[in-house]
Design a protein around this ligand. Structure first.
Ligand code: SF4
Ligand code: SF4
Length: 194
């Protein structure tokens, strides 16, 4: 059974070892790995779109980091505390399609609590595997910075974010289109539960 698990388990991000994958999260990701593996031959377009998204996020990341360097250090109400974020299905699809590490657990926290991935030095997750809702978030202080720089910089950033958002929708639609007719052929989840 352990061998079967290893065959179907996605690569979980090892992090600092403080977050072993929770069983439910582990099983859900194993199921997604298996499902995508069954349909892999038909997912070429979805993988190509995922690669475009990856390039877009890689371009966006330094721009957002530059914004954060101007606003976050003295922020009185950090957005990683109190806001509820989560790793959504499109986030997981992107990572699975590109065979990239999966965060070890969901990012949700209780009301008013800090995100479990928050440390004194910022987010513990590498930028590539953070939830999209974190990657693309522009807070009011950052909007003010962008507005001071003038409309083109805000518009350019928003344009990049919108293009990635559209590609995320396209990637998801393509995956659903490819797996839907054969959904009933999915194997049982027993291989991953051991
Ligand atoms: S992104 Fe904005 S709200 Fe979040 S920590 Fe930075 S300054 Fe604060
Ligand atoms: S995942 Fe990272 S960036 Fe997103 S809320 Fe948690 S600590 Fe902040």
């Amino acid at each position: 059974m352990q061998g079967a698990y290893e065959e179907t388990a996605p690569p979980f991000w090892p992090g600092t070892g403080v977050f072993p994958p929770t069983p439910q999260w582990q099983e859900s990701n194993c199921a997604l790995t298996r499902l995508l593996a069954i349909h892999r031959r038909d997912l070429g377009r979805a993988v190509a779109t995922a690669m475009e998204i990856r390039r877009g996020i890689d371009e966006l990341t330094p721009l957002m980091a530059a914004l954060c360097s101007r606003t976050c250090r003295f922020c009185p109400e950090p957005c990683c505390i109190g806001n509820t974020v989560w790793i959504d299905f499109r986030d997981l699809l992107l990572l699975h399609l590109l065979d990239e590490p999966i965060p070890p657990r969901q990012a949700t926290s209780g009301p008013g609590e800090a995100c479990p991935f928050l440390t004194h030095h910022g987010c513990r997750l590498p930028p590539r595997i953070r939830p999209w809702m974190c990657i693309q978030y522009i807070c009011p202080a950052q909007r003010a910075v962008l507005n001071r720089k003038g409309r083109p910089s805000m518009a350019a950033l928003r344009g990049k974010i919108k293009r990635i958002e559209r590609k995320r929708l396209r990637m998801e639609a393509e995956v659903i289109r490819r797996i839907k007719p054969r959904r009933r052929t999915s194997p049982s989840s027993s291989a991953c539960s051991g």
